[in-house]
Design a protein around this ligand. Structure first.
Ligand code: NAD
Length: 540
């Protein structure tokens, strides 16, 4: 095993990775060069990686560019239920030696991975642009968040390793250790295919667990590139096992009796399915499986009568249409006070109708949705929008010569708070605008869904901000700013209610979810000198 350590004393404090400025000619040039480089690697075959060994299967999952579906990004050996036992066995075999490495060694791997990704930032951005359709800034934010997770969790793991009990009981030596859980399943979504995939994986392994990583079939190549990088830095075989598969593989993995925990980010429907499957004890299973579930949202921005309208229009537009509304944090409901409703709609419509759609590789702001199924789903909601509201801009697909999956950024006005459009996660570039009668009404509408992920409010009233902080029921609340763009460390991320288990990725408590606390009390004076005995009370 490579010896790479990260002594906490020598680590500089964590800071977020700075964003790249793509208005600079040099950065644009490097991005175009990276796209050309990555295009020369497209269409390759990728195997599963189990216990460090490449495993091929005859069935393939083909990943394509959503802007140009004829362009194949990668062809991946598909894992099915029959591959689960070998993948879990490999992770199980790696567990004992890996869990006995020091936290410094494990953190060292994360830091080395962060530094290599930083060196290859443009290349990873290009993979994101081509495999999931991110424009340059969105791709850069995904790569930056990946580096942040690796750097942040390395430091957090070191802190956790030095945890101690708050009290030393007289006559005893008391320890509190956070020990790993065992083998985990890591199941990420396609929309932050590098940051969320790498973040959940990093949190699991830095705390001493080993994993079977099952990336989304819509973004498997980015995961394969990340796993190749882990191999390059010398991560021991079997610590991260890569299996690209669909629901059949995913369900079988979740149910395997030796899978101790499941770190999942994705839709409510799949998250609840996993939660239910994980709750059933399987023959030979000796523990209660832990699920860490981060799910969907129906995020709202309240625009109050006294809001700065320029800020509010910009914040709503950026939150609703950044990456085409395909963020769990995306604003899908704008709740606007009646006194400014019409003027807000006019300004928002002007702003949104000026958004340019086109190929993300040419850095258009609005790109395609991820695949044909997503396009059809969003179009169904646009049909509903014609019934449940009034479409002000957008409302249709955009056809391109390359048959990309484009939908025009769409604003729907006069949507009723309890309509399907206002309640269901659409996960596309569709914003519903709801008129509210008062600030109280806005809060009630905002809280009236089954979700509770992100939310924002624009107002110049400190009293209303304080009330929102108390009464707006979301895991991530933003005051006078957009509701997307959570930064690792500053905005620990996770939702309330059906939005998940509020795990707060990128926060100080996140790594605890991948461990169990072991309390050890030793009576002094038997094996260890009784230096503390004279201070012991009569109870000893
Ligand atoms: P999804 O639920 O369709 O898929 C997520 C993952 O689960 C994929 O890897 C998928 O292959 C896998 N999967 C599907 N069926 C499975 C099964 N039966 N057993 C095990 N695994 C299975 O979600 P998606 O389309 O990839 O991502 C979009 C969703 O993710 C949206 O709902 C979005 O809000 C949510 N999301 C949430 C967060 C968050 O932090 N709360 C972040 C990003 C995305």
């Amino acid at each position: 095993m490579a010896t790479q350590t990260a002594p906490s004393a020598t680590l500089p404090p964590f800071r977020n990775e700075p964003f790249l400025d793509f208005t600079l000619a040099e950065n644009k040039k490097q991005m175009h060069e990276a796209l050309a480089l990555v295009e020369s690697h497209l269409g390759r075959d990728y195997d599963m990686i189990i216990g460090g060994q490449p495993i091929a299967s005859t069935s393939k999952i083909t990943s394509t560019n959503p802007a140009r579906p004829a362009q194949v990004i990668g062809r991946h050996s598909a894992a099915d239920a029959s591959h689960v036992p070998a993948a879990v066995a490999a992770a199980q075999a790696a567990f004992t030696p890996w869990s006995r490495t020091t936290t410094e060694e494990r953190a060292g791997f994360l830091l080395r991975a962060a530094s290599l990704i930083r060196e290859r930032n443009f290349e990873f951005c290009a993979w994101l642009t081509l495999e999931v359709g991110k424009n340059f800034a969105e791709a850069d934010a995904d790569v930056g968040e990946t580096i942040d997770f690796l750097e942040f969790y390395a430091r957090e793991a070191l802190k956790l390793a030095s945890a101690s009990t708050p009290i030393q009981f007289p006559g005893e030596r008391n320890q509190l250790r956070y020990v790993p859980l065992g083998v985990g399943a890591v199941i990420p979504p396609w929309n932050f295919p590098l940051a969320i995939m790498a973040g959940m994986t990093a949190a699991a392994i830095v705390t001493g667990n080993t994993v079977v990583l099952k990336p989304s079939p819509d973004a498997p190549t980015i995961a394969a590139r990340f796993v190749a990088l882990l191999e390059e830095i010398g991560l021991p075989s079997g610590v991260v096992n890569l299996c690209v598969g669909g629901p059949e593989f995913g369900s079988a993995l979740v149910e395997h009796p030796q899978v101790r925990f499941i770190a999942f980010t994705g839709s409510k429907a799949v998250g609840l399915h996993i939660h239910e499957r994980a709750a059933r004890q399987q023959p030979g299973q000796h523990f209660i499986k832990r699920t860490i579930l981060e799910l969907g949202g129906k995020d709202a921005i309240i625009v109050d009568a006294d809001a700065d309208l320029d800020l509010a229009v910009e914040g709503v537009a950026a939150s609703a249409f950044g990456f085409n509304g395909q963020k769990c944090s995306a604003c899908s409901r704008a709740i606007v006070h009646q006194s400014i409703y019409d003027v807000f709609l006019d300004r928002l419509t002007d702003r949104v109708s000026s958004i340019q759609s086109g190929d993300p590789a040419k850095n258009f702001y609005a790109g395609p949705v991820i695949n044909e199924v997503a396009k059809k789903r969003v179009l169904t909601y646009l049909d509903l929008a014609r019934v449940e509201g009034r479409i002000l801009t957008g409302g249709e697909a955009i056809e391109t010569p390359e048959n990309g999956f484009y939908i025009a950024p769409t604003v729907v006005a006069d949507v009723a708070p309890t309509s399907r459009l206002a309640q269901e996660e659409i996960f596309g570039p569709v914003l519903s605008v709801i008129k509210s009668q008062s600030f109280e009404d806005s809060l009630a509408i905002a809280n009236n869904t089954e979700y509770g992920l992100t939310g924002a409010i624009y107002t110049s009233s400190p009293t209303k901000l304080r009330r929102a902080a108390e009464e707006f029921q979301v895991g991530n609340l933003y005051l006078n700013r957009k509701c997307t763009g959570a930064m690792v460390g500053a905005h620990p991320f996770g939702g309330f209610n059906m939005s998940g288990t509020d795990s707060k990725a990128g926060g100080p408590d996140y790594l605890l979810l991948f461990t169990q606390g072991k309390s050890i009390a030793e009576k002094l004076g038997i094996a260890t000198p009784a230096t503390d005995l004279e201070e012991s009370g009569p109870g000893l």
